[in-house]
Design a protein around this ligand. Structure first.
Ligand SMILES: C[S@@+](CC[C@H](N)C(=O)[O-])C[C@H]1O[C@@H](n2cnc3c(N)ncnc32)[C@H](O)[C@@H]1O
Length: 301
């Protein structure tokens, strides 16, 4: 049996492709990433940072100063932002009775980075508040500094609050109805340790009737080719080591995870997206089984 992926040593910066050697027409791998909620007994994280991988945090912290450069390493995140809002609107329109259009939304953005999504969400007239958290103090300093340029975002009348913390440390609102309308997790799941335990915790912050919306990358030969070989090694669109292919999460693994939660979550909505150089991200039906995708699921109870 394949060992649990999270127990494997970190890969070298330049990865060797998974065997057998991928070809563009190879069938998609069928092995699934073990998706269990319990970290192994010998893991050396404290409960307050169980999901945090220090190597990942150092990697992103080193990118902090260029976070808001639309032509820098975070360019793909900048270009993805409009699709995030489109996808959230689609999710909310699935159940208009749970979030009427007059409703002002409370967002929790987990792993907010420099605040590309958090700032844009806070500017929407339909937003009541955005709480944005990230474990990296370096990145959060950049996020706070950037938000300060817009007095409407922060300060006594601002809707945006940054907190340098982990989801494990963030206090859970006591009343279930005080939890968040939309909890977002954009391009974070593939960077955490123990993703199922992480999702267990993140899911607790969604109010009944609210949505958990995330984006991540499927673990396929094609995603290795596009995100590791082309984006990191050939084109240098993002720095080497940004991604660890083995930590990618397939859409069916996420579906299985939520389906096993005893009816707590509704049927997922999914949108596959493809990055077209020079154009940006485009929705491509079915591509969620190949590479980048959005995944939204409503909390029922
Ligand atoms: C690819 S960036 C995405 C940033 C932001 N969500 C965006 O899309 O613009 C990944 C972010 O996840 C954060 N991160 C990594 N591990 C995390 C964890 N265990 N909990 C929360 N955030 C984490 C990193 O610090 C980094 O800011």
């Amino acid at each position: 049996m394949r060992p649990a992926l999270r127990h494997l040593p970190r890969r070298a910066v330049r990865p060797t492709p998974p065997a057998p050697r991928p070809t563009l027409t190879a069938p998609l791998p069928s092995k699934s990433r073990p998706f269990t909620s319990t970290p192994p007994h010998n893991h050396n994280h404290t409960p307050s940072s169980a999901s945090v991988n220090e190597t990942e945090i150092s990697h992103f912290s080193a990118l902090a100063s260029s976070w808001w450069d639309p032509h820098g390493p975070s360019r793909p995140l900048h270009l993805m932002n409009p699709l995030r809002h489109d996808f959230i609107q689609r999710c909310l329109s699935t159940s208009p009775e749970s979030t009427p259009s007059s409703f002002k939304l409370r967002y929790l953005d987990v792993g907010c980075g420099g605040g590309i999504f958090a700032e844009s969400a806070a500017r929407l007239p339909s937003t009541q508040s955005v709480t944005a958290i990230d474990p990296s103090p370096t990145i959060l300093a950049v996020a706070r500094e950037h938000a300060r340029r817009d007095p409407a975002l922060v300060g006594s009348k601002g809707r945006l609050t940054y907190v340098n913390t982990t989801i494990e440390e963030l206090p859970l609102p006591e009343e279930r109805s005080d939890r968040y309308d939309v909890v977002t997790l954009f391009e974070v799941l593939e960077h955490v340790d123990y993703p199922a335990a992480f999702l267990d915790r993140v899911g607790e912050f969604v109010r009944p009737g609210g949505w958990l919306v995330l984006s991540t990358i499927a673990r396929t030969w094609m995603s290795w080719f596009t995100t590791k070989l082309v984006a990191e090694d050939v084109l240098g669109m993002v720095p080497r080591g940004t991604h660890d292919w083995e930590k990618y999460v397939n859409e069916d693994e996420l579906r299985g995870y939520f389906a096993k939660k005893g009816g707590q979550w509704g049927a997922p909505r999914v949108m596959g997206v493809v990055y077209v150089p020079g154009v940006g991200w485009r929705e491509v039906t079915g591509s969620e089984r190949i590479g980048n995708y959005f995944f939204g699921v409503q909390r029922l109870s």
